[in-house]
Design a protein around this ligand. Structure first.
Ligand SMILES: [Zn+2]
Length: 227
């Protein structure tokens, strides 16, 4: 995979510290599966976070702290947990090995459980289909499938928007994005992506706030497509 667009440092730092919303963290994990460069940068971010932790002055513990923790441990609960884990492990071993399609990173396949062409896509019109992953949280996490030549109305974002291309490609004001590439856009960015080959473009998109469409056309279609 020939990847030329990666995440900002701020996004990878937020991922490393566990502070991204669930959908965005999923999208980062998907790109990391394909991108050794960003995996390396996350390791560096974790090392920085770790060294910052060691510089925090330790606080003295309450003298009862150890007793309180021990009192909360219930050996019966541990047995139940142990049994549940053993069952889970044997279920994993007995599960037939699934062949995951090459255009779906395993963290995403965990949610989809189907090839991209067999998903229950919802038609939006204008050559666009989407599938909401319903992950909850402040923003949205969805798959968007755009037909060749289709462009998304010009828009900016009230928060951040992460996009990972799974199949096909598009071009916008920031360049050309093909499978494996990510677009890492903040609230200042305005863009109008257009699918630039004769193949559908399928992207995973995670936002932490609704989009803001700037043109009349965009404002008209926004309630319809629910972006
Ligand atoms: Zn990368």
């Amino acid at each position: 995979m020939n990847i030329s667009h990666h995440f900002d440092d701020a996004t990878l730092m937020a991922y490393a510290s566990g502070s991204l919303p669930q959908g965005m963290a999923l999208l980062v994990a998907c790109h990391l599966h394909w991108c050794s460069e960003c995996r390396q940068r996350v390791q560096e971010a974790e090392a920085i976070g770790g060294s910052l932790l060691t510089q925090i002055a330790p606080l003295p513990l309450d003298s009862q702290a150890l007793d309180q923790v021990l009192a909360r441990l219930d050996l019966n609960d541990q047995d139940v947990l142990g049994d549940a884990m053993a069952e889970e492990v044997s279920a994993q071993i007995l599960k037939p090995q699934v062949q995951i399609p090459g255009d779906i990173p395993p963290p995403l396949y965990h949610y989809l459980q189907k090839p991209l062409d067999q998903l229950p896509w919802k038609r939006l019109g204008y050559g666009a289909h989407q599938l909401d992953l319903h992950l909850g949280g402040p923003g949205a996490t969805r798959l968007l499938r755009l037909a060749p030549g289709v462009s998304v109305p010009h828009h900016s974002h009230s928060g951040s928007e992460l996009t990972l291309v799974l199949r096909g490609s598009y071009t916008d004001e920031f360049g050309r994005f093909a499978a494996g590439d990510v677009a890492d856009l903040d609230g200042e960015a305005h863009h109008q992506p257009i699918v630039d080959t004769d193949q559908d473009c399928i992207c995973l998109i995670a936002t932490d706030a609704p989009l803001k469409f700037s043109g009349l056309m965009g404002r008209l279609v926004q309630p319809l497509i629910g972006l």
